[in-house]
Design a protein around this ligand. Structure first.
Ligand code: G6D
Length: 332
């Protein structure tokens, strides 16, 4: 295992490389993933310019919180009270508000474990920060084993009172640095998907239409121009998929091309898929490509939108979830 640290714009970028060629470049700003490479090949996209990446509204690789997704008019109705949240997308709240966790500086610690290392990022979010109830202590732990092409993100949260939490990793995958992910093959173990209004406010789940059915693996681009996917804002995938059953011991999602395969295991019950529908056209990306529509596929395991009961963190109990990504090389 090698660890290299680089300072840039007041932020520490930590590159961790294990002995089977998995390399994660992490950042204390937004407890984010700046880049993942496997066997020296890019598996993700982000803005190459680190100063731009830090504050990008693409949330490339960032930890999103306190609540990933949209909350209508910034009104959180929770346990009989209505909390007025920070609004940052018109009248609505997206990804925790103006200064969500993606744009906060975490404290970093590196822990050497028997068979790998943990890179821990800590943040304390005061009560009513961005309008959310309760004080929250979060540890985001990146676990990288020495001899496996696997990493696990573990969210460990404690709170001073009952409060809803829905953290995720907003990493955009593109296996092998292709120009877009449209030819890459996606499988998702889900047959119900979220419905939305014209502002992408979630309205509830329904049986997945054909264009959102990935229970049989298909190319990301196969149905991406389906009229169902066109809404006031975008053309492409920007949808939440509820897993049919998730024992967290088998992959609930895979993405693959001719050379590489990515498998997702998670304790979370759903996944938001966003196909980079409104890119920063021409921006140079970490995979050497210039950004365009569908340059990457954000794969964001989450709780179902608005399921604030499931999101609840109880004081004195805390809340833990994990996201695990496994990489493999075809023909290995
Ligand atoms: C857009 O609607 C999408 C979100 O799903 C995504 O997280 C964000 O861009 C980066 O707002």
């Amino acid at each position: 295992m090698t660890i290299e640290s680089v300072e840039s714009s007041g932020v520490t970028f930590l590159k961790v490389t294990n002995s089977v060629g998995l390399a994660l470049t992490l950042s204390d700003f937004g407890a984010g993933i700046y880049e993942i490479r496997y066997l020296g090949v890019p598996m993700t996209i982000a803005q190459k310019d680190k100063a731009e990446w830090l504050h990008s509204d693409a949330y490339f690789g960032k930890t999103v919180g306190r609540i990933a997704g949209r909350i209508k008019e910034g009104k959180l109705d929770y346990l009989g009270k209505t909390y007025s949240l920070s609004v940052n997308e018109g009248v609505n709240t997206l990804h925790g508000g103006v200064e969500g966790f993606s744009f906060k500086m975490f404290k970093m610690d590196v822990v050497h474990l028997g068979d790998g290392i943990a890179v821990d990022y800590y943040l304390v979010s005061k009560a009513l920060e961005m309008g959310f109830p309760g004080e929250v202590d979060l540890r985001v732990r990146y676990l990288i084993k020495e001899n496996e092409p696997v990493f696990r993100i573990v969210y460990d949260a404690k709170s001073s009172e009952q409060t809803p939490l829905n953290f995720t990793s907003h990493t955009y995958f593109n296996l092998g640095g292709e120009d877009t992910v449209e030819r890459q093959i996606l499988y998702i173990d889900a047959n119900e998907t979220e419905t939305y209004d014209s502002a992408m406010i979630p309205l509830g789940f329904a049986p997945a239409p054909k264009c959102l059915d990935f229970t049989t693996p298909k190319a990301v681009g196969k149905d991406i121009n389906d009229p169902y996917l066109q809404n006031a804002r975008t053309l492409g995938y920007d949808h939440c998929f509820a897993f049919r059953s998730n024992k967290s011991s088998f992959p609930v999602l895979t993405l693959e091309n001719g050379s590489f395969k990515l498998s997702l295991r998670t304790s979370l019950p759903a996944v938001q898929i966003y196909s980079d529908n409104y890119p920063r056209m021409g921006a140079l990306l970490t995979n050497g490509q210039k950004e365009k529509q569908h340059s990457g596929l954000a794969i964001e395991p989450v709780y179902k939108p608005n399921d604030f009961h499931a999101m609840t963190c109880m004081p004195y109990e805390g809340k833990r979830n994990f996201i695990e990504y496994t990489f493999s090389k075809k023909g290995e």
